[in-house]
Write a protein that binds this ligand. Structure first.
Ligand SMILES: Cc1cc2nc3c(=O)[nH]c(=O)nc-3n(C[C@H](O)[C@H](O)[C@H](O)COP(=O)(O)OP(=O)(O)OC[C@H]3O[C@@H](n4cnc5c(N)ncnc54)[C@H](O)[C@@H]3O)c2cc1C
Length: 373
């Protein structure tokens, strides 16, 4: 019997595996295609804050950025490269936002070298930019390291049954708690109020004689050179979903698009493609991550008393799946949020700490139920 069975071995699932194993719990983790085979394996895995105007997402991501940089540095220093992040805007409007951000942020500005600026295209120099100390992690190795103390099973989870007081996964493995960490891939438990958008992304590792010392963040991500290799990635296709199409993704077309976008920022010489990585990133409808227990919509709606409670948004009388949790909706910030939200979830499950209503899945149930009646 496992304390926790996790479905999905991306950065979210593996970060929770790490927290539970550290707390002495027995963890089993499933992935249908391999550790970091989804969005996490495609990520450039920059650890960066959100350079935007005020707002709860910006606040959350700034806290998560500071927490996760320390977390990776303390626990996995060999998988983190501390690097300067150069973020540049692409139009007047976002330049204004960035200038406002720079005035208010407690983060220290770093000087950008002239040599680096000379490698940039005129348009990348034209608009506002910011340079701060940030990081980049090795996405695949990080996910593997995070779940190293869990039992890993490469298998698609097709069935989850709750019997007596525990869950049975695929009719074989039993666990006290279940965590759904399946990203933008088809849900194992389908609830109509959970709506996740999947954005297909593609990253290429290229060999190039151009040397780059910065993480570049524009409408595309460009990594620093490591042993002559630079990673270029973007999430750009809102229509392609590998589980809902019979047409294979065309990596050749994707490479051309990525290189064309990269050229708008930096001049790259002698380019040779080394490897492609693809995957979906998932986002929630309000862009905030989703962490916590899932409401059983049918049972909750069937209760007359609870219908009344829905109107007053009192979640205490909702019916929840027993000992079943979700972690998802990290958008383009999975590696920034992963360690931070995994800790919140661990403290909720093991220490009964409350999760903010702005993060828990029931916020979507309340809105959906109100619309349904
Ligand atoms: C090109 C690209 C670049 C990005 N760059 C960055 C970046 O620089 N910094 C950053 O922080 N974030 C970045 N992101 C976003 C980040 O990758 C995502 O936020 C993150 O991967 C989400 O992690 P996850 O664990 O929720 O989902 P995923 O990594 O998608 O993991 C879900 C896993 O669940 C598995 N699964 C699904 N269903 C089942 C099932 N039924 N049974 C078993 N297994 C199942 C899948 O195989 C998959 O491995 C990028 C994303 C992309 C695509």
């Amino acid at each position: 019997m496992y304390d926790l069975a996790i479905i999905g071995a991306g950065i979210n699932g593996t970060s929770v595996a790490y927290e539970f194993a550290k707390a002495g719990k027995k963890v089993i983790i499933f992935d249908m295609d391999g550790v970091a085979s989804g969005g996490s394996g495609a990520a450039g895995a920059f650890i960066a804050p959100k350079f935007s105007k005020e707002g709860e997402l910006k606040e959350l991501l700034n806290d998560a950025f500071i927490y996760s940089m320390k977390f990776y540095e303390q626990n996995f220093p060999h998988l983190l490269k501390k690097i300067k992040l150069f973020h540049s805007t692409t139009d007047e409007e976002s330049s204004k936002t960035l200038e406002a951000y720079k005035k208010n942020t407690p983060l220290k500005m770093k000087k950008v070298s002239e040599d680096f600026l000379n490698t940039l295209s005129p348009s990348a120099k034209e608009y506002a930019h910011i340079c701060i100390d940030a990081g980049i992690v090795n996405a695949h190795a990080m996910c593997r390291a995070l779940c190293k103390n869990a039992k890993y099973i490469e298998q698609k989870v097709k069935s989850l049954i709750f019997e007596d007081d525990y869950w049975v996964v695929n009719e074989v493995y039993s666990a006290k708690n279940i965590l759904l960490a399946t990203g933008a891939y088809d849900a194992v438990i389908k609830e109509p109020y959970i709506k996740l958008s999947g954005v297909w992304g593609h990253r290429i590792d290229i060999k190039t004689s151009t040397k780059n010392l910065y993480s570049i963040h524009r409408d595309i991500s460009i990594s620093p050179s490591f042993d002559g290799v630079i990673a270029i990635g973007a999430t750009h296709d809102v229509h392609y979903h590998p589980q809902r199409t019979t047409t294979a993704y065309d990596p050749k077309k994707g490479r051309i698009e990525l290189l064309a976008k990269a050229e708008k920022t930096i001049k790259l010489q002698d380019v040779e493609i080394v490897k492609d990585f693809t995957g979906l990133r998932s986002g929630s409808t309000d862009y905030m991550p989703i962490i916590g227990s899932l409401v059983i919509s049918k049972e909750t709606l069937a209760s007359k008393n609870i219908r009344y409670e829905i109107e007053s948004s009192n979640t205490s009388s909702y019916t929840y799946y027993p000992n079943l949790y979700m972690i998802n909706g990290s958008g383009g910030y999975g590696f920034v949020l992963g360690p931070y939200i995994a800790k919140i979830l661990k403290e909720h499950i093991l220490d009964a700490k409350e999760i903010s209503k702005r993060l828990s899945p029931d916020r979507f149930f309340t809105r959906w139920a109100k619309k349904s009646f």
